[in-house]
Design a protein around this ligand. Structure first.
Ligand SMILES: [Zn+2]
Length: 347
């Protein structure tokens, strides 16, 4: 096989080209480049090393550990193939009305794939922001329900958590105060104690419920757990951010350090809904695909060919690659909102 310079090594050396890409061109978001480039070549859905670098560079080591866990948990060949080739066959398009580029490819949508989960989080956040605009003057609370540490297998603990949460929602105290919302599952692994710590984060629209009342209800239901937390979300716009964030959080990174633990995590969460809506949020289309605002998306080139041409010294391709890199790093919804206010009395 022909030896090629990996695009990551190439990219770091091209500082001169970055300088050439004047601020003026950046402000126009590279509109001029799209007009000059159009490479049409055959697309291969198997991921190329350049595409792999482009999509997965930020979590390369973890990705290998996740893959091993997927194998250990008996993931099917086809799912593993999708995971391996996530981000392959990418094409770059440009819209004049939107004034931006987009990268379209085939993605694995695996819940353990970081870039796929980031995309899902952004989608949910954006959809929820649109939905919540139509629900003014709502009060939102961030409620956390935890289970006492246990040595039971994780799958059992998760089932129990969801069962208790269902019972809680059927109580008159809950029904009379909470209107609707979304619950997301987070499971922390404590590597020192070697214990799982599953909990539910609930973003709930409703009225006052006291921490004391909720805690005693939760203890009555679980029989052994009383730790709950209620915080008021003061800024409504932060609600969408929190749902998006926790949907994709899942677990802490230490899980992937131990292959046995990682395999248990993958197996235990198979088929488990990481985000479940309740009350008047049921039926909300949180994962609805965005409507194509700009209808004028035009093919610019495949990502693989842009990388190839950039390496061969094609200045336009270099500039486009730099812009794409910056654009993919930038996420307008990544702004971190203020922390929810700690209101022990639940007001
Ligand atoms: Zn993926």
């Amino acid at each position: 096989m022909m030896q090629v310079t990996p695009i990551n090594e190439w990219f770091g050396r091209e500082t001169e080209l970055k300088k050439q890409l004047q601020a003026k061109e950046k402000r126009k978001k590279g509109a001029g480049i799209a007009e000059k480039i159009e490479y049409r070549d055959e697309l291969d859905h198997n991921i190329t090393p350049d595409e792999e670098w482009f999509r997965h560079k930020s979590w390369k080591e973890k990705r290998a550990r996740v893959r091993q866990a997927l194998c250990d948990a008996g993931t099917t060949h086809s799912a593993l193939d999708r995971y391996d080739n996530c981000g392959g066959g990418c094409i770059v398009e440009y819209s004049k009305t939107e004034q931006r580029y987009r990268v379209m490819g085939s993605y694995c949508h695996c819940r353990h794939c970081e870039p796929c989960m980031k995309a899902k989080s952004t989608l949910i956040t954006n959809n929820l922001r649109t939905i919540l605009k139509g629900q003014p003057d709502s009060q939102f609370r961030f409620i956390t329900l935890t289970l006492r540490h246990s040595d039971a297998p994780l799958k059992k603990q998760i089932k129990r958590l969801y069962r208790c949460y269902k019972t809680l929602r059927a109580t008159k105290e809950w029904k009379s105060s909470q209107r609707g919302g979304a619950a997301t599952l987070e499971v922390k692994w404590n590597p020192t104690a070697k214990k799982w710590h599953p909990h539910l984060h609930i973003i709930s629209r409703g009225s006052y419920i006291s921490t004391y009342k909720l805690s005693s209800l939760w203890h009555d239901i679980t029989g052994d757990s009383h730790i709950v937390d209620i915080r008021l979300i003061s800024k409504e716009k932060d609600v969408a951010y929190y749902v998006g964030k926790y949907v994709t959080k899942g677990t802490n990174s230490e899980v992937w350090d131990d292959p046995t633990v990682a395999a248990e995590w993958v197996t235990a969460t198979k088929g488990v809904r990481m985000c479940a809506t309740f009350g008047d949020w049921r039926g909300m289309k949180l994962l609805a695909k965005p409507k194509d605002e700009g209808k004028d998306w035009r093919h610019v080139a495949s990502l693989a060919s842009i990388c190839r041409r950039a390496r061969a010294g094609d200045v336009q391709a270099c500039h486009l690659l730099i812009l794409l890199e910056e654009q993919c790093q930038y996420n307008p919804n990544r702004k971190r909102p203020s922390k929810p206010r700690d209101t022990r009395d639940g007001t």
